[in-house]
Write a new protein. Structure first.
Length: 261
């Protein structure tokens, strides 16, 4: 039976608790959707409504986390302005064409790509936390930011799982910055892609506002605590959490994609 507009209190409390935990994890390493999407599906929402409602809730959390990193000077909007703009464009395009794309191949390849991201982070030399200088702007960097933003924004609009992981790993590889800066980039870009994708879902009528706002408020609290934990304890805390979350995402997606074949 589909969930009503006003869900039962016990169900709402469970979903809000899941959202709080997801917000905490997501602010550190991404992957909050690994918890919230299955929870919403279990609650009885149809898939398209799950995606839209999850985007609404996730926007609350990613906004809180991104503001926290910005206030701690771990994200420079001016430096990343091209990434911001192209991420927004990619997210809108991805959401609008999602029904036209065949995602079966992507669902099978995605766990492998995400697992490779974890392996890269495990063996890659991490820059020290006190090294906060960004690489100098140049023409190559301009195109990197455009391509990165458009590609990952589009992916987040189409699917979503692992977007934060891809932002962190690709940013470390392309710009040679530390985990604190990559976390600031990933959380902010997640907010942009979530927000613009949400606009498209709202226009299509695929959002349960009661659940989305209730879970979003709990995500905000979790994200606030998670971002402050990451900033306080640095890469020694972020790295194992990130690798654990990414491996969990990969295993979950692999089971989901391959269990029926």
């Amino acid at each position: 039976m589909l969930i009503e507009l006003l869900p039962p209190t016990d169900l709402l409390l469970i979903l809000c608790a899941v959202a709080f935990i997801a917000g905490y994890i997501d602010a550190i390493a991404g992957g909050g959707g690994l918890l919230t999407v299955p929870a919403l599906l279990t609650a009885g929402l149809p898939p398209h409504l799950v995606l839209g409602t999850n985007k609404l809730a996730a926007t609350f959390g990613s906004l809180t986390a991104s503001l926290t990193y910005y206030r701690k000077r771990l994200f420079n909007p001016r430096y990343w302005r091209r990434s911001l703009g192209y991420t927004a464009i990619g997210a809108l395009l991805g959401t609008l064409v999602v029904d036209q794309l065949s995602t079966s191949l992507l669902e099978k390849l995605l766990p492998i790509l995400i697992l490779l991201a974890a392996i890269y982070t495990l063996f890659n030399r991490i820059q020290p936390d006190d090294r906060l200088q960004l690489p100098a702007q140049n023409s190559k960097l301009f195109w990197q930011q455009r391509l990165q933003g458009l590609t990952l924004g589009f992916y987040d609009g189409v699917a979503g799982p692992g977007t934060g992981a891809f932002w962190m790993v690709s940013s470390m590889a392309m710009y040679k910055i530390n985990l604190l800066l990559t976390s600031g980039v990933a959380r902010t870009m997640n907010f942009i892609s979530n927000g613009f994708s949400l606009v498209a879902f709202m226009a299509l009528g695929h959002v349960n506002y009661v659940l989305g706002i209730a879970m979003g408020l709990c995500l905000m609290l979790g994200a606030f605590l998670g971002a402050h934990s990451a900033i306080r304890f640095g890469s020694k805390f972020i790295r194992p959490v990130f690798i654990s979350v990414v491996i969990a995402i990969a295993l979950r997606l692999a089971w989901q994609a391959w269990s029926n074949t």
